[in-house]
Write a protein that binds this ligand. Sequence first.
Ligand SMILES: Cc1ncc(COP(=O)(O)O)c(C=O)c1O
Length: 354
Amino acid sequence: MKLTIHDDVKKIPYYPKAMMYGFDEGWVRLSSNENPFPPSPKVFSSILDALFYTNRYPGGELELKTAIAKKLGTKPEQVLIGNGSNELIEMTFKAMKHGKRNKVIISDPSFAFYSIAAQVYGYEVSKVPLVDMHVDLSLIGKEIDNTTRVIFLNNPLNPTGTIFRQEQFEGFLKTVPSEVLVVVDEAYAEFAESAKFPRTIEYIAGHPVLMLRTFSKAYGLAGLRIGYGIGEGSLIAFLERTKQPFSVNMMALIAAQAALSDSAYLKKVLRNNKNGKAYFNKALKELSVEFVPSEANFLLVRLGREAEGITKKLFEEKVLVRWMGAYGLPDFIRVSVGTVDENRRFIEALRRII
Ligand SMILES: Cc1ncc(COP(=O)(O)O)c(C=O)c1O
């Protein structure tokens, strides 16, 4: 049975119950690097279709692997699907936990879940400071010893939005022993505009490299929880052994395929992000507020000692941003790019407050 959103959605007594889901419409949510747009219309109709089969365990994983492989020029057996990339991060730690090697290397700061998940699985976590807000791969390399099991990189980096470049990554890989898995979490890769952003997929054959991507950001499916990993076939098969059967629900599997097929939606999202960052750059310069140039869908903004207080005042104006105290950057906030109106609300509120 094929349903189309236009005819059939109207028969369902549907309206977004914003309050019920914790989204009061008056709020501007720029705190979690989400996509500000509802997902592609193709996602809506695919989910309606999938609803009819929710009495069954989820199918569609091989079809999604095949669609991703086709898009990225790789093979379906080199693709791993997870309940958000968070599940893939956790699966990696679970699967790699054997033998004498017990050390995980991450940058400091980096996405908070790496350190949490590594500690849950009993690893020793070694944190390498940034240099000028960038990951310095040579410093990461210096931390490798014969106890190192996994290096977790994130490019573009959450929370700075900065990147390491293709030639830096290539040089770095030559220094990493083959017993060490290099994970590159590219949750924000679609937003990166630099021609020097690494083509990580070119390196999965020569070394244990796992590239992680997600449908949560550029594809607008954060609420459905689906992400994927790309690596050499034997690595993927090894990691897959630790995956719970049916951890990814059917709606997410089918919606991800639909999202992947809608290049017009992706184009709209990326255009909005580019324009939003240009607007932020100009407006923040006018306010004499420093920020880190970003290749992602968020900006790290320096507000000095008042950063936490300003975050609270923005909250009182119903504008949510993230104070970066928990990331060891108490002088900063991180603000996601929203819609044109949301971006303006943030800048106007900030102007009033400072
Ligand atoms: C760097 C990074 N990796 C992974 C994730 C989690 O993504 P997912 O929604 O796919 O679990 C996030 C979420 O903000 C992130 O910033």
